[in-house]
Design a binder for this molecule. Structure first.
Ligand code: ADP
Ligand code: ADP
Length: 241
């Protein structure tokens, strides 16, 4: 049985004059646990929309998104997301940005039965863990900096560490390397692959770069808007490969 099943999914948005536009047209996709799925397709064809459906941030107009055979619940920590435009908290340091999710999760689980001393100890453990990730992304010296003090590529790397440290079951990445130079991009590709193997995550990775898609993906999804059907040309993107 597939872990994730997009079952005959259609996504339509109202256009300016009110008539609906089909963005995704009859997408049927079964994904097994541990797949690394890269997604390519022309700009505006619905790649981000596909990720938002898997995140559970939106519901399909028709069809269903099933996780373990059940309709998706609201976005939660089982499904992490990294956007091209980084989602860092501007008022938190790099370290606190990375620790934030772990902290929030621990509060949910432990509040009530951890003593203050144990809380401090746990928080120290989180910071040690975060420091390992910071070293791994080449930003060990940036722990106390704030997002506005970093370059775009540095912020992207922090956002990646922020989501990887949570070890989500499904990680959604929407052009996460857009601001990285070639050498850093290569390093981050290897880092993601390493984390993918260790944590047994299922990854969806949207990229403009076909070579990157083929290098990273255990499966490459190709979305097209200009496919041909028996009924003629359709509207909305389909998976064509
Ligand atoms: P991609 O990620 O492939 O560039 P998107 O998924 O961002 O494409 O967008 C696909 C199309 O859907 C675009 O034409 C976009 O304008 C449209 N779209 C996306 N979200 C909405 C929305 N909430 N309301 C109306 N149109 C939307
Ligand atoms: P990348 O963002 O891919 O790491 P950049 O070309 O943006 O590469 O920056 C190269 C290097 O210059 C960074 O690794 C960093 O050391 C430094 N740098 C760039 N922009 C800033 C900034 N706004 N603040 C501090 N250092 C910066």
């Amino acid at each position: 049985n597939p872990m994730l099943h997009l079952e005959d999914v259609y996504m339509r948005y109202p256009s300016r004059d009110g008539t609906p536009i089909t963005i995704l047209n009859d997408i049927d996709l079964k994904v097994r646990q541990g797949e690394f799925i890269t997604v390519v397709g022309p700009s505006g064809c619905g790649k981000s929309t596909l990720l938002r459906l898997i995140l559970g941030a939106e519901s399909p107009t028709e069809g269903a998104v099933l996780l373990d055979g059940k309709k998706l619940d609201a976005p939660n920590r089982n499904r992490g997301i990294v956007f091209q435009k980084y989602s860092l908290f501007p008022h938190l340091s790099v370290m606190d940005n990375i620790v934030f999710g772990l902290d929030a999760e621990a509060h949910g689980m432990f509040l009530g039965w951890l003593k203050p001393g144990q809380m401090r100890q746990r928080r120290r453990a989180f910071r040690d863990q975060a420091q390992v990730y910071l070293e791994r992304i080449g930003l060990a010296d940036a722990a106390d900096k704030y997002p506005h003090e970093l370059s775009g590529g540095m912020r992207q790397r922090v956002a990646i560490a922020q989501s990887l440290i949570m070890k989500p079951r499904i990680l959604l990445m929407d052009e996460p390397f857009g601001a990285l130079d070639h050498a850093t991009r290569t390093e981050m590709q290897l880092f993601i692959l390493e984390q993918w193997e260790q944590a047994e995550m299922t990854i969806f990775f949207v990229t403009h770069d076909l070579e990157e898609a083929c290098f990273l993906g255990s499966r490459v999804l190709v979305l097209s808007q200009y496919y041909q059907t028996d009924a003629g040309r359709g509207q909305g993107a389909k998976i064509v490969g």
